[in-house]
Design a protein around this ligand. Sequence first.
Ligand code: ZN
Length: 186
Amino acid sequence: MKEALVIVDMQRDFMPGGSLPVPDGDKIVPRLNEYVKLFVERGAKVFATKDWHPPNHKSFKEYGGPWPRHCVQGTEGAELHPDLKLPEDAEIVLKATKPDEEAYSAFQGTDFASRLRELGIDRIYVGGVATEYCVKATVLDGLRLGFEVYLLLDAVKGVRAEDAERAVEEMKGAGAKPVTLSQLKG
Ligand SMILES: [Zn+2]
């Protein structure tokens, strides 16, 4: 089994102070850094996804979508949290990059699945934000595409606690395996 760590959307706009913040989203940065360290030690590849929208993206309220403007390509809000420590060879997955294309999942409209297969990776460990949106969509797509998917219970954060809990149950029901750092180290 070849594995990879997948860190979802840890961008400034999704952090407190950003335009579409996940409450306490920044609190999981130290834990994600511990996961990065562990997976690098294990020789695993690290991926980080980015919401990467053009300024006229359909998900923005001004264009009829549900969200305030966020993660516009090349802006500070689209940058990853400055304290997130990725290895040099980490790969960035950009999603929802066209005006009329929305994607919560890292697999949607990207070459992520083929890149994983190209590297022989069949097991992914997923953390980041937001639990009930992009994390959930990425986990469910990963399972659907035949990957073994672990959910990093102590390194995800949702917008609303109840929704996040429901999302975790849904992911488990679909076959995702919940795991914590201490379990992985133990
Ligand atoms: Zn977005």
